[in-house]
Design a protein around this ligand. Sequence first.
Ligand code: MSP
Length: 646
Amino acid sequence: MSKYITTPIYYVNGEAHIGHAYTTFIADTMTRYEKLKGEDTYFLTGTDEHGQKIEESAAKNGKPTQEFADEISASFKNLWDEFEISYDRFIRTTDEEHKKGVQKAFEVMYSKGDIYKDFYEGHYCVSCETFFPETQLIDGEFCPDCGRSTSIVKEESYFFKLSKYEDALLKHYEQNPDFILPRSRANEVINFVKGGLRDLSVTRTSFSWGVKMPESMNDDKHVMYVWLDALMNYITALGYGKDDANMHYWPASAQFVGKDILRFHAIYWPAFLMSLDLPLPKTIGAHGWWTRDGEKMSKSKGNVISPKEVADAYGVENLRYFMLREVPFGQDGDFSQRAFIDRINSELSNDLGNLLNRIIGMSGKYSDYEISSADVEKYHKKELDAMNDVLDSLDSLMENLQTHRYLEELWKLFAIGNKAIEEHAPWVKMKEDKKEEALATVALVANILAKASIMLHPVMPRTTNIVADALNFEINNGSYRELVLDKKLLKLFNIKVVPPLFPRVEEPLMPEAPASQPNAPKEAPKQSKEAVTAKEKDNLIEIGQFFETSLKVGVIVEAQEVPKSKKLLKLQVDLGEGKNRQVVAGIKEFYSAESLLNTQVCVVANLKPAKLMGMMSEGMLLAAKDEEGLCLIRPEKPKKAGTPIG
Ligand code: MSP
């Protein structure tokens, strides 16, 4: 069975930002994963170029609309090429073939009796290209989605009979629990449909930058509604309305979208497809939104992250890894350099990079870079079983889009490898003249690394090819079958010396986000109270999740400045554990070392240790920061070191 994977097509009213890169990385990873498994996979991305919003952005930039769209579309395509995104087709909605396909779809839906002409009067948001009923507006004027001002538009319009598909949609959601992933997102869609669907206005007469009506309609004052035009890209790209050349890829296996455009993809899109008598995609995967250092990104705040800038500073593969690992698919995520650097240093550099270095080092020293797997089973049955359990668990995680869990689970392989080295200490075995045993451990770890690299390949293709090159094998469907599915071992390794994969990062490599301006001009209210509560609900956690964090009272018993660092202080904190913990904290701009001595703080005590400027940090201090500065959170009355908080 073939696979078809899509990203949304990106509006050409501005350059790509980190949110666009995220969807694209996920879709690219999924495509590479399916290809690794030997599936015939087609991957589509592209740009959405019609509508009033684009027309207005072009005018603001003093450019003809097509020229403006050409430039921004090319900037997306160039960026994806630079990032080695493995798309099969980059579609533009201004492509002639696409326009013809949309016209064909319109004709089919019309001839089926699903499109009729009437008048529409309503509150229209130009930015979202959507009409909203008055009851949904904020303060009777502002768009509930983007907060911008709406205007009343009355126009003749063609309507799509969305209401006709209400029951069929509800039935489909019920019978196909994986249609919307994560499943937690399905409820909001189901409730929306249950609330009653109104027929959808699918043409506009108020502007002309759009796909024209089919000639057969003989009504050229209308252009197509941009969402009808845009959604059709998923089939016109396969030749719908032209030659159907690639229509055998339809239905899509996974269509990735941000949560803000889930409604269009989970309600309008399947209804259009039902009207066209086409099958529905297997899964619409809705991801959350990225913020920067806890704040929503916006041009006016000047805190939008450019994926190119991050990739130039940290490397595109590290960025892919970070984004996929940091956030459970479907939840909102925060981009902070500190979190990014911690993952690079501890997970990529320490866990993965060091494992390769150790194999290179030991194989060179003990047997001139040649390692055979002949004795691995004899000495390492336990580790092989543990490794195979992890490998077996991975496929369902990726197929259910749980990328963060997939990577978390995959990292257990590096833990098994590193632990085996510590426990079996091949250097000791060598001294004891047990060379066979020592080399078996090195071979075990080389096999673990080889298999882990295959499974990590979809996320970090270039890096894992370097690992494979160092271990002298190739990552492809053949090695996936042999080493992962059939659980074979690589018989012989001819190890090659390669430079360290992940140089440690000591200080942020990009400027920090500009602090919020307390006196900045106010934007239009963004959301109603209800909307804010609904948003907060997205991030609600169970009480158990909170208690996964171990918070304790700590007493600072030693404090030193970290030379050459503007931000860091090195602290020794008593948590009542007998041995003090070293905590490296970014608070030097706000506290002198002496002022902290013998004061109490609140410490996150179960964070994975991380290295900062080469120093181990074994905890984090709670602090509050706003535009006026940072203050530590301390117990109101002195408490014993180690007192639990919660
Ligand atoms: N053109 C429409 C999609 C049409 S698909 C038939 C569109 N374009 S967009 O450029 O505004 O957004 C494209 C994608 O980027 C959406 O999935 C959106 O959710 C995602 N993101 C935009 N900002 C984002 C973040 N800050 N974080 C994560 N993703 C975000 O919508």
